[in-house]
Structures are given as structure tokens and as C-alpha cells.
Design a protein around this ligand. Structure first.
Ligand code: 5GP
Length: 185
């Protein structure tokens, strides 16, 4: 049976908010070069939209991680599937994420990246689901939207690899909790 997708945030709302967050980043960094790290695949559309609005010199790199180990989805194991191409030494790093849920992925990623000698590491997310946070130490520097605990798709986010190209954020109705994160990334 096809999933029902209910619009949570329209394309206009998402675009407007990304513009505001980009302006905030522009104010904070001024002309300091910024190294954006996109967490694949979900972060791609957000990173492109954000980057177009940034005014400092910007470079890109990409990383792919799997949130969970092979056994259970609650194991907290994070595996690097594709590592960065560039060193981080002396760089001002901004991690660009699609969504922060339990925070396990980011807690791990921030730890790993900080060991590579960047000047600083900050975090920018399109969506945040704070109700589900397990790793309370993950502090988010820039959040576009805080959303309730629901499984969302669109703007890079998938369900079973579908809907990433939707230009809005939608909630998938009728998806069991256990199915959700297995399909993500
Ligand atoms: P965390 O480690 O914070 O629990 O999980 C983060 C990752 O889980 C996200 O980058 C994303 O891939 C996936 N995820 C969490 N919530 C959702 C959701 O509502 N929709 C989709 N499509 N993926 C999600």
C-alpha cells in the first residue's frame, strides 16, 4: 500500500527559513572561510540551498555514515561508510545535517571530526526532533525547524529511498516505528 504523505512544512516555509539561518551564519562568520561537511544522503538538498545563500568563501566535503550497527537499531554504533576527502586542520567546520533525532550519529561524528585538528566545529540542521534525544550533549548551533516526533520525508529525507526529491517536508502516515529508521539514509 502506498504511504500517505501529509505536508508539514511547505516549500516556501522551508526556503524562507533557510534564508534566515544563512543570514545568521553570514553574520556570525563574516568573511571567514567555512568548510561545509554534508552528511549523505539526506543532507544534500539542504546543503545546496544553504550554501547558495552564504557569502563567505565556502568549500564542500561529504561523509556517509550508518547510524546503527548490524545488530539492533538501538546499539548506538555508528559506522563510517564514506570518509572525507580533505583534511580538516585549521578549518572552520560546519556540519550540515538533515535531521537530528536521538543525536547518536552527531555525537559520534563530532567526536571523530574534532580529533582531526579543525579550528572549530559547529552544527547546522534542517530539522530537530528534541523529544527523541538520547545524546543530550549534542548542542546544535543552527536549527531551521524543531518538529514533533514523527517520521518525515522530503527535502533530501527518504522513506525506503523514496521522496528525497520532494520540495517540502511531509509526514509519512501509517509507518510503524520499527520500519522507520531502517529505511533512512
Ligand atoms: P540519530 O542518530 O540522530 O538518531 O539519527 C539521525 C539520522 O536518522 C538522520 O540523519 C536520518 O538519516 C535518520 N532519521 C531520523 N529521523 C528521521 C525521519 O523522521 N525521517 C527520515 N527520513 N530519516 C530520519
Amino acid at each position: 500500500m502506498a504511504e500517505q504523505i501529509r505536508v508539514l512544512l511547505t516549500e516556501e516555509e522551508v526556503q524562507r527559513r533557510i534564508t534566515q539561518v544563512a543570514e545568521e551564519i553570514n553574520r556570525d562568520y563574516g568573511n571567514t572561510p567555512l568548510h561545509l561537511i554534508c552528511v549523505l544522503k539526506g543532507g544534500v538538498m539542504f546543503m545546496c540551498e544553504l550554501a547558495k545563500r552564504l557569502t563567505m568563501p565556502v568549500s564542500f566535503d561529504f561523509m556517509s555514515v550508518s547510524s546503527y550497527g548490524s545488530e539492533t537499531k538501538s546499539s548506538g554504533v555508528v559506522r563510517i561508510i564514506k570518509d572525507l576527502d580533505e583534511p580538516l586542520t585549521g578549518k572552520h567546520v560546519l556540519i550540515v545535517e538533515d535531521i537530528i533525532d536521538t543525536g547518536r550519529t552527531l555525537a559520534y561524528l563530532i567526536d571523530v571530526l574534532k580529533q582531526r585538528g579543525p579550528e572549530d566545529v559547529r552544527l547546522c540542521t534542517l530539522l530537530d526532533k528534541p523529544e527523541r534525544r538520547v545524546k543530550k550533549q549534542v548542542s546544535v548551533d543552527y536549527t531551521c525547524f524543531t518538529i514533533p516526533d514523527a517520521f518525515v520525508v522530503g527535502y533530501g529525507l527518504d522513506y525506503d529511498q523514496k521522496y528525497r526529491n520532494y520540495p517540502f517536508i511531509g509526514v509519512v502516515d501509517g509507518v510503524a516505528e520499527s520500519e522507520e529508521k531502517e529505511s533512512a539514509r
